[in-house]
Design a binder for this molecule. Structure first.
Ligand SMILES: NC(=O)c1ccc[n+]([C@@H]2O[C@H](COP(=O)([O-])OP(=O)(O)OC[C@H]3O[C@@H](n4cnc5c(N)ncnc54)[C@H](OP(=O)(O)O)[C@@H]3O)[C@@H](O)[C@H]2O)c1
Length: 498
């Protein structure tokens, strides 16, 4: 048997250090010797939880299954691992110290069968592996956030359009995933609202936020589906701080009523995910006389965000995440965004225009809110297999199915934008797989100043909702650049959001 033993100190409270390290689904984020890690059953970590790890031994990768055999939160966790060639017992102890936590990590490794003959020769190599792993855990729990920037290579590939499209696939996600920094944050004490939380990406994002400890308000149009989502997310994450709000977001009256209820019930609001969206293959008009997808994709997030704006500001640091689509790269911001003349209906083009418009709103809201501690970003999920894609794009789904991501992969960047400390350092960006991308690559699609002005005027006219706060309630330009907001941003970025 080889015993590895390391002790490190991290600047995080004991509860957070324990929650992150005891969840071996996170281990691929911090142990360079593990290339994959998943929880085998979607349930809170506790005695009996099982994880599958892909452990790298030189050129070989061997699968191992780890089981939690002792769980004394937040002081000690023991996990026993079994693979074809190796058995492991990881005993991790946590002790609160001034300013953080001391982690004492012991791993006992036993080689099985013929591999055991190599054990004496592997000792020093394995000691190095153990040191790097525990160092990785320390870094994950101590990391200084850095402002993420769009790389020149990414921008160039996006401008070539076709190679950019390859990134939308599951392969694109898997290639990027290797460079993701650990997401070792707690959202305990933060409240998130997720629209479209009953299915696909919104449901996966709501579960991801709940897993990080946030209170999550699930917005859905079907009360039974919403209750089912709440129950399943509670069972999967162990987080019972979940609320349900029912609203049909294709009706502006219901969006306004939703905003009123949220303002009445949620004293603080830190994260708003405008995710609900729909691609309509036939033109349908609501009882309010507006086209269904225009309201759901654009007018609803506009009205909801405007109405929740003061609560987000009062709760700052806060974040808004708008879910758009790669399809918007093909669309501009002309008057056609709002539909206009009756004629042949092209639902895909209408959808792309709505998403372009939501991307432009992201930039406009960011200019207004970022100086006051509210970060606003847009993301597109790539191509993910969800009920929405199956329903609206059946031919695309049949053709691309082997290349589609799953909902969790598509939603990963929503959760990251809502939670990662480094996200608070910038605003107004468009993201795919935790990487910043240009918002427009084709000439004339970004929306000129004149187009933006007209677009906002039309939004105000259609919804009756002013795009800016009344002058008297705006903060003075001096206060905007003042140190209060800069220090809020620094606070938001310094590890945990709270
Ligand atoms: N999947 C992709 O590849 C992909 C690619 C680019 C962008 N997106 C965007 O990602 C977001 C989520 O899409 P998805 O693929 O996860 O689709 P989805 O599975 O159809 O989920 C859409 C969610 O929005 C809700 N919703 C739709 N219309 C609504 C309304 N009138 N009122 C209230 N809720 C409504 C749906 O409720 P129900 O459960 O009741 O239907 C569902 O919860 C959308 O904004 C979509 O445009 C997806």
């Amino acid at each position: 048997m080889i015993r590895l033993h390391e002790t490190v100190e991290v600047p995080r409270p004991i509860g957070e250090a324990f929650a992150y390290a005891s969840d071996f689904a996170n281990i691929e984020q911090w142990d360079p010797g593990v290339s994959g890690s998943v929880r085998l059953k979607d349930e809170p970590v506790g005695p009996g939880s099982r994880f599958r790890l892909d452990v790298d031994f030189g050129p070989f990768t061997t699968p191992m299954v780890y089981v939690v055999t002792l769980f004394e939160a937040p002081h000690r966790v023991v996990l026993e691992g079994q693979g074809d060639r190796i058995r492991a017992v990881d005993d991790i102890r946590f002790e609160g110290i001034p300013g953080g936590t001391r982690i004492d990590y012991t791993a006992d490794l036993t080689f099985l069968g013929p591999s055991s003959l190599a054990e004496p020769f592997l000792r020093s190599a394995l000691e190095g592996v153990g040191r790097r792993a525990v160092e990785g855990l320390k870094n994950a729990l101590s990391r200084e956030p850095k402002v993420p920037k769009a790389s020149l290579v990414t921008t160039a590939i996006d401008h070539l359009v076709l190679p950019g499209l390859l990134r939308f696939t599951r392969l694109g996600y898997r290639l990027r995933k290797g460079s993701f920094a650990p997401l070792a944050v707690s959202l305990r004490g933060r409240t998130a609202v997720v629209t479209g939380a009953t299915s696909g990406l919104g449901r996966a994002a709501a579960a991801g936020l709940a897993r990080l400890g946030a209170r999550v308000v699930l917005v859905g149009r079907d009360p039974r589906k919403a209750e089912r989502a709440r129950e399943e997310i509670r069972a999967a994450t162990g987080n019972a701080d979940l609320a349900v709000e029912v609203a049909d977001l294709s009706l502006l009256s219901e969006v306004r009523a939703l905003a009123r209820r949220l303002l009445a019930k949620e004293k603080a609001l830190h994260i708003l995910v405008n995710n609900a969206g729909i691609l309509e293959n036939e033109r349908r008009t609501t009882p309010e006389g507006l086209e269904v997808s225009l309201v759901t994709n654009l007018l609803a997030p506009y009205v909801l965000t405007r109405r929740l704006r003061t609560r987000l500001l009062a709760s700052a640091p806060a974040r808004v995440v708008n879910v758009v689509s790669g399809g918007m790269y093909l669309a501009g911001l002309g008057p056609a965004v709002f539909g206009g003349a009756e004629g042949a209906w092209d639902g895909t083009l209408a959808y792309a225009r709505h998403k372009r418009a939501l991307t432009v709103l992201t930039e406009l809201w960011s200019d207004e809110l970022f100086p006051h501690g509210v970060v606003v970003h847009a993301m597109h999920p790539g191509w993910a297999e969800t009920p929405g894609v199956v329903r609206s794009l059946p031919a695309f789904h049949r053709l691309t199915r082997p290349f589609l991501r799953n909902a969790e992969e598509g939603a990963d960047t929503i959760v990251w934008l809502a939670a990662a400390p480094e996200v608070a350092l910038s605003s107004g960006g468009l993201w795919l797989d935790r990487e910043r991308h240009p918002a427009a690559v084709l000439p004339g699609t970004a929306g000129s100043a004149e187009e933006r002005k007209r677009f906002v005027e039309e939004l105000e006219r259609m919804t009756g909702e002013p795009s800016r706060a009344p002058r008297a309630s705006r903060t003075s330009p001096k206060a905007r650049t003042g140190s209060r907001h800069a220090s809020r941003r620094r606070a938001a970025a310094s590890g945990v959001l709270a």
